[in-house]
Design a protein. Structure first.
Length: 135
């Protein structure tokens, strides 16, 4: 499973703060332009940019925002990743398996056979140098 990092190192916090500055610009622009809330947009822009700039010099000051952001976005990431994996499985692998089974493809030779045993004979190599070449 994915673990939530409650104690990020200073490198992770600085990277988070570097990304926080352009995020504050985009968030402030969206709030100002789309919702028409000029004062709220400038306030969010200034607060996030200030936390990002201070966090570049003092990374520990942005720890609370990093951990809070991680806790808020963790369920979203968990759900999206599971939905993508389910879509890939049921949209790609499951139909391919059905088509392969429909056409009689049996790579593990699991179908019952008429022979007395399921043992497959093995070919022995007489060349001893082959044992040193694995691939």
């Amino acid at each position: 499973m994915i673990d939530i990092n409650f104690h990020p190192d200073s490198r992770q916090l600085r990277f988070f703060c570097v990304l926080l500055i352009p995020f504050s610009v985009v968030l402030g622009w969206l709030v100002r332009d789309q919702w028409g809330a000029q004062s709220l947009g400038w306030t969010l822009n200034g607060c996030f940019a200030a936390v990002g700039l201070v966090g570049l010099w003092i990374p520990a000051s942005a720890r609370w925002l990093f951990v809070g952001w991680t806790l808020v976005t963790f369920p979203i990431g968990w759900m999206v990743s599971h939905l993508i994996l389910a879509a890939i499985y049921f949209g790609l692998f499951f139909p391919l398996g059905w088509v392969a089974r429909w056409f009689g493809y049996d790579p593990l030779q699991l179908r019952p056979s008429e022979s007395e045993t399921y043992w497959n004979g093995m070919r022995l190599d007489s060349e001893k140098g082959r044992y040193f070449r694995q691939f």
